[in-house]
Design a protein. Structure first.
Length: 243
């Protein structure tokens, strides 16, 4: 699972993120954002299941971030961490789906306990996998490839590149992708990119060519062609439907 810690105070942000990395294996990715805009970009890019948000941050506030998540149709577990003990802040946070409103100062272990409590409630407690339940080597490799693509889809990825990262041949990766996901590597990569592109188009603050580059395409026409094939309409038509 993925977690985002967004706070403009370096000591708090880095301290909480480090504590979480050290004291639980529930999150294999813990991202950090110093501003509200950076938080929005990371949320749209990686779509974390849990978000820890400060209320007052530069550029965009925590409430602004929650508004953008709502517009994008994203509903992560959202825990507000704030130094403002004012009803209006809590009221706004709850309006946009906050699960908890925690007041600073607060101990890192209390924050982690709160996060795990809500994560277990929504997704179930973390299961301990027995040897008989472990993934087969093939499904494990497919999952590793999917995770790598989710993390690096904005880069110039290729079948050979991902296969090299996994330590297998391009031909083998292509085969297990087709067998397990019923699609080829490029089709899967494009589906991930287009899914993220939809989120950006829904925000309506980036031009189409900017969205294309943001999600890993380097040709706007090719991006539009792939988008229409997958979504059934052009990026412009999709954007207009969101207005």
């Amino acid at each position: 699972m993925k977690l985002l810690v967004a706070d403009d105070e370096d000591t708090i942000r880095k301290g909480v993120a480090k504590y979480i990395r050290l004291h639980t294996n529930r999150f294999d990715k813990v991202y950090e954002a110093q501003t509200g805009q950076e938080a929005i970009d990371l949320i749209l890019k990686y779509q974390p299941e849990v978000v820890l948000l400060d209320v007052q941050m530069p550029i965009k506030t925590g409430i602004d971030v929650m508004k953008e998540m709502t517009k994008a149709g994203l509903n992560p577990i959202t825990i507000i961490l704030s130094g403002y003990d004012e009803f209006r802040f809590a009221q706004q946070a709850m309006k946009y789906g906050a699960t908890e409103y925690l007041l600073k100062p607060i101990r890192a272990n209390d924050i982690l306990n709160c996060i795990l409590e809500h994560t277990n409630e929504k997704y179930g407690a973390e299961e301990i996998t027995t040897s008989s339940e472990k993934q087969t080597p093939v499904t494990y490799l497919v999952k590793e490839a999917q995770d790598y693509i989710a993390e690096h889809y904005t880069e110039n990825l290729s079948l050979a590149c991902v296969a090299d990262i996994l330590g297998i041949s391009s031909g083998y990766l292509s085969t297990i992708f087709s067998q397990n996901l019923n699609c080829g590597f490029v089709d899967y990569l494009n589906s991930v990119r287009i899914d993220r592109a939809c989120c950006y188009l829904e925000q309506n603050y980036l031009k189409t060519y900017e969205v294309a580059y943001k999600v890993g395409f380097h040709d706007e026409k090719y991006f539009s062609k792939v988008f229409k094939r997958i979504v059934g309409m052009t990026p412009r038509e999709y954007r207009l439907r969101q207005i």
